[in-house]
Write a protein that binds this ligand. Sequence first.
Ligand code: SAM
Length: 376
Amino acid sequence: METPPPWRVLEFYSGIGGMRYSLTASGVQAEVVEAFDINDVANDVYEHNFGHRPCQGNIQTLTASDLDKYKAHAWLLSPPCQPYTRQGLQKHSADARAFSFIKILNLMSNMRFPPQVLFVENVVGFEVSDTHDQLLEVLSILNFNTQEFILSPLQFGVPYSRPRYFCLAKQESMCFQNASANKKLLWTPTCLKFNSTTQNSYDQNEDELEIACRSIKDFLETQSINIGDQDCSGTISACNLKEADGCTPSETVSQDYIVPLNLIERWGNAMDIVYPESKRCCCFTKSYYRYVKGTGSLLATSKNLKPIPKENLEISSLNELRLRFFTPREVANLHSFPSSFCFPDHISLRQQYAMLGNSLSVAVVAPLLHYLFSEK
Ligand SMILES: C[S@@+](CC[C@H](N)C(=O)[O-])C[C@H]1O[C@@H](n2cnc3c(N)ncnc32)[C@H](O)[C@@H]1O
């Protein structure tokens, strides 16, 4: 039997390529014919890992005929999420950062070869925005079926809370395997049925999900970067942290990642602290390492660890925990990126965290793509 030709895919807002890694992991026979991103640093990372430099520029300037040239079957899009985040101004489609997405959506009606399949990733909050309304309106006019999800890596056995919104859409002639989910927003991946070993965990509540997850320690770097028993009290200042920017981890491995005492004193109560045995950590945002509050978890590395209940945490006990930041490699592991992924040497530590924070969970997106591209 002849194998069908691969799907021709365009990857918009490609960043460091989380969508492309997910497509590969999904097992779908697909070829990314072009990627688009405005950020030259992200494009350096993408090129370093995939051997292809994305088309650099503002997606807003693309025309229908530019896109027709690719004769793509599918578009994968992870547009900027700032217009929809809870911390932001929530200006939705009136935010300039939403314009490019709305522009290319509207191009679809004027194309000779519009995509037949669409996948959109964004933050929770997108689903109540007017950009979302516009997305569904365009897809309805063009006769697409849609299924929407809000899912987190925790539901896939990864100890990482990063709930995200996903829209799966395909033209009516191509049915979803589970058509009863059409026009619905689902909070569990039950209908994906991609992997019987994790199937049982799908419908569990948050606490049960944590039990079903692997431990954080499975995602830590094998090389020892524990702070161990060295004295980090008082000697490491925020200044050191700044100077670490630009260093490669191997040069100053411990110091780069130690949480300075002055940050513990100032923000200790607001820190999310996890242990190697923990079954959950918080979402790493693009500001992780620049700020400690609400940007991602910190790891307690003391050898004589006994988890301290949050209400009993004092600055002295916090200091004993020997807190450190997760390394970029560990954040990539929690994003389920392949071990082959790496940053070129010139990318600073802060830039690495920023780009990882913008990226996505391959453990979540791969099965969604597998489901989207499967035909009934
Ligand atoms: C949410 S991130 C997507 C990250 C990507 N999925 C990944 O795995 O790294 C949004 C990306 O869109 C890019 N971007 C934002 N506005 C853009 C525009 N108008 N044109 C092209 N790229 C844009 C940013 O540089 C950023 O890399």
